[in-house]
Design a protein around this ligand. Sequence first.
Ligand SMILES: [Fe+2]
Length: 160
Amino acid sequence: MIPTRIDLPADTRARIVELLNARLADLADLRSQLKQAHWNIKGPAFFAIHELLDTIASQVDEHADEVAERAVQLGGRALGTSRAAAHRSTLPEYPLDAIHQNEHLEAVAERLAMAGTAIRTAIETSTGLGDAGTADLFTEISRSLDKNLWFVEAHLQGRL
Ligand SMILES: [Fe+2]
């Protein structure tokens, strides 16, 4: 850990950095999976979903940036390369053979929900460690993932 004037104890900061890097891996992986869906989706609602997926990918990219920078602010290192994310992500690999919009929507919905569950746990963990700032960042991301899951699930009405 790198020294900082932030008054959280070093061992607390180390645990928070580990948590931030775990969720950074998920978010970086999720962002690349959303782009995979954005590029390959086909179906009658192509354009709306193609655009929606790009918007969500951009938001997830911003979340990953905030999470990575928080790790460094706390005296840690951000581990955010594609290979680091692939190695550490808790999300399953994207179905690379998906074509129809419903295959993509279901794969994306599943992964948004999984990332959301992990972020909700991270809110509790960072709160328990006394880092309200990190808990607040995770809370903001949680709300955003939930909102985007709503947009995706709305296209799957009747298929839940
Ligand atoms: Fe694009």
